[in-house]
Design a protein around this ligand. Sequence first.
Ligand SMILES: [Ca+2]
Ligand SMILES: [Ca+2]
Length: 104
Amino acid sequence: MRLKLLVRLGAIIVAAFVMFPAIGSNIPHVSACEAVHPKTGDLNADGHTNSLDALSVLFYQAGMMEPPNETWLGGADVNCDSSVNSIDASIILQVDAGLATIRP
Ligand SMILES: [Ca+2]
Ligand SMILES: [Ca+2]
């Protein structure tokens, strides 16, 4: 029940970021994306790729948290487009729902 609520909350937040792309427009580029292997989307290293990981991406994009380190930035850029944003959060949610996989 709590997980479904978190997934729905994450989906709402992702939708807000997609609808208002100006949010987080000062996102720094990630240079070490390809150096981070394997990419799983499990950004808090709890063994699960889920809405909490997606939420941390959105917090980062909104400037509400600092990245713990460069490795986190590389891991958060799950689509390797050199940017950490709501698209990465959306992919992480899709992985959690079993609708997508992240390339290793
Ligand atoms: Ca996790
Ligand atoms: Ca990205």
